[in-house]
Design a protein around this ligand. Structure first.
Ligand code: ATP
Ligand code: MG
Length: 225
C-alpha cells in the first residue's frame, strides 16, 4: 500500500466558525492507482490533496506514506519527504516566468542535490515524456497553456516520485487540451505505474476514471465506475 489515511480530520477556525474541511477520512491508495477526486466547491478537495502532499498537517488522525507516519513530521521533514516521493501539479501551473522549460523542471532536482549529469538526463527524459523535447529552452510566456501545464507535469515526474497529485490541473484549459492532459496522465500511469490523484469538476474526465472519490462536506463516498 502506498498511502493509508485513518480517521483523518482537518478543521479550520473555531466555535461557530469551525469548518471540518475533511472529517474522519479513511482512504487507501495503492501503487498504480488512477483516482479522480470530485465534489462541489468548498467540499474539501484541495484540503485532501494538500494533506496527501503533506503541504498541511491534519488536526487528528493518521496518514501513512509507504509505512511512514507523516503526520508526526515537522514542516521541514514533510518538505523533504514530498521532494523525495511526490510531484504536485497546480491549476495555474506555477512555473517560474524567468526560467526556461528545462530550468523549471530542473529546479526540484537541484534541491535534491543530484549530479548535473543526472539532472540533465532526468530533465530531458521528463520533457520528452510530455512531448516537449523540442521546446527545452522556451520560456513559459512562449508556450500555450496546455504546453505550460506539460512543463509542470514534467517537473512533477522528473524525480520519478511514487505519487503525483494534481489540484484541478485542467481547469484553465479548453476541453480538447484538458483531454490531452488526462491522456498524458493515463499514458504515464500505464507505462511507468505512476500513481495519480487529481481533482476535477469536468464530468467528461470523471467518466473515464475507474476510481472516483466523491467528497461532500469533508467526507468521502467512493464509487468504482
Ligand atoms: N486556510 C483556510 N482557513 C479557513 N478555512 C479554510 C481554509 N482552507 C479551506 N478552508 C475551508 O475548508 C473547506 C474546504 O475547502 P477546500 O479548499 O478544500 O475545498 P475545495 O473542494 O477544494 O473547493 P474548490 O472546488 O472551490 O476548490 C471550505 O469550507 C473552506 O472554506
Ligand atoms: Mg480546491
Amino acid at each position: 500500500m502506498l498511502i493509508e489515511m485513518r480517521k483523518l480530520t482537518k478543521t479550520y477556525g473555531e466555535g461557530d466558525q469551525l469548518v471540518h474541511a475533511t472529517q474522519d477520512v479513511n482512504l487507501e491508495i495503492h501503487e498504480g492507482d488512477f483516482i479522480a477526486v470530485v465534489g462541489p466547491s468548498g467540499s474539501g478537495k484541495t484540503t485532501l490533496l494538500n494533506l496527501l502532499a503533506g503541504l498541511i498537517g491534519p488536526t487528528s488522525g493518521t496518514i501513512k506514506h509507504k509505512a511512514k507516519e507523516i503526520q508526526y513530521l515537522s514542516m521541514e521533514e514533510r518538505t523533504a519527504h514530498r521532494l523525495e516521493n511526490m510531484g504536485f501539479i497546480f491549476q495555474d501551473y506555477q512555473l517560474l516566468p524567468v526560467l526556461t522549460a528545462s530550468e523549471n523542471v530542473e529546479l526540484p532536482l537541484q534541491m535534491k542535490r543530484l549530479s548535473q549529469t543526472e539532472i540533465d538526463q532526468k530533465t530531458k527524459w521528463a520533457l520528452e515524456q510530455v512531448g516537449l523535447g523540442d521546446k527545452l529552452n522556451r520560456y513559459p510566456r512562449q508556450l500555450s497553456g496546455g504546453q505550460q501545464q506539460r512543463v509542470a507535469i514534467a517537473r512533477a515526474i522528473a524525480g520519478r516520485p511514487s505519487l503525483i497529485l494534481a489540484d484541478e490541473p485542467t481547469a484553465n484549459l479548453d476541453s480538447k487540451t484538458a483531454q490531452d492532459i488526462i491522456d498524458l496522465f493515463k499514458k504515464l500511469n500505464t507505462e511507468f505505474k505512476l500513481t495519480f490523484v487529481f481533482s476535477t469538476h469536468d464530468q467528461r474526465l470523471i467518466d473515464q476514471v475507474k476510481r472516483v472519490l466523491r467528497i461532500k462536506d469533508g467526507q468521502i463516498q467512493e464509487s468504482n465506475e
